[in-house]
Ligand binder design. Structure first.
Ligand code: PLP
Length: 301
């Protein structure tokens, strides 16, 4: 079943002024335009999970996320579109007292929310916990946090088909690394893939993603964790003005958690001259714009 019809998301040119003409081309694949809530990479990671449920006659999905999780709201919306029920296990009981716009959106899409302590949340991948959850919720498919399963990686791989061959480099934000893994396994071996982790110490993900990347592709992937701006979900005024400038000059809205940090890092690399002049770089806009709601009026868009 096709919930969100396949369409060719636009590849938008970034003007050479932005990168001082240091390379031949920089462009952005606008996956953020796929759907307002099941946006960006989330739809690709969820589509085979949803399909699996529909084919197996499973009528409910259960997944995990924090109070600002794009994955949680995307799952709630996609499940509702597919006629499935959904349960969200939310990190931190304090989130219950201050319901975020993200969690509100989950509720609007009929997701049943369960708040657990940060300690209990850490057990989200523990086999005993998962067994207990399957016993408690019958006929329910459990999707790991961030859609990081086989179906998620396969769906993310479909993004590779949207990338024209002329691009020598692909830039993508990294959370669980599922999207990067899918891309790496489906792009030509010669394409260089840079991942940008928005959390402190995110370079540990290099080893994590390597477990799932085909041997002949491993060498073309690297994850940078330089541009975390203090940690996951953190930002400063400089990042906000970078986002506003990017919107004013390119008419592309970035999200504060992932894509803003990626583009900031990429620009620093570009101006630092680390790419050869014949490079053509495609940045993936992985969506997540719903998360900007918490910034209020700081953004011009
Ligand atoms: C979820 C998300 C990511 C991270 O994707 P992974 O596949 O978990 O690495 C990147 N960018 C945005 C905007 C996201 O919402």
């Amino acid at each position: 079943m096709v919930i969100i019809p396949n369409h060719q998301p636009e590849i938008q040119t970034i003007s050479p002024d932005w990168y001082q003409g240091k390379v031949t081309e920089v462009a952005m694949l606008r996956l953020d335009t796929v759907h307002p809530e099941v946006s960006g990479n989330k739809w690709y990671k969820l589509k085979h999970n949803i399909d699996y449920c529909l084919r197996q006659g499973i009528d409910r999905v259960l997944t995990f996320g924090g109070a600002y999780s794009n994955h949680l709201v995307a799952t709630a919306a996609a499940a509702q579109l597919a006629g499935l029920k959904s349960i969200g296990i939310v990190r931190g009981t304090y989130a219950q007292e201050q319901i975020t716009p993200t969690l509100q959106a989950c509720v609007v899409h009929s997701m049943e929310l369960h708040f657990v302590s940060i300690e209990d949340y850490k057990l989200k991948d523990d086999p005993e916990t998962l067994k207990h959850l399957s016993e408690r919720y019958s006929n329910t498919f459990i999707i790991p946090e961030g859609g990081a399963n086989e179906q998620g990686r396969a769906g993310a791989g479909e993004i590779a088909a949207l990338i024209p061959e002329r691009f020598t480099h692909v830039a993508v934000s990294v959370g669980t690394g599922t999207t990067l893994i899918g891309l790496a396994n489906h792009l030509p071996t010669k394409t260089i893939i840079s991942g940008y982790a928005p959390m402190k110490g995110g370079s540990y993900l290099n080893a994590e993603v390597a477990k799932y990347i085909d041997d002949n592709k491993k060498a073309s992937v690297h994850i940078y964790d330089t541009w975390h701006f203090g940690g996951f979900g953190k930002h400063n005024d400089e990042l906000i003005s970078f986002m506003n400038d990017f919107y004013n000059s390119q008419a592309i809205p970035l999200d504060v958690v992932y894509t803003a940090k990626m583009m900031y890092g990429l620009r620093e690399q570009l101006l630092g001259g680390i790419y050869s002049t014949d490079a053509r770089i495609l940045c993936i806009h992985t969506g997540g714009l719903q998360g900007n709601t918490s910034l209020g009026s700081k953004l011009v868009y």
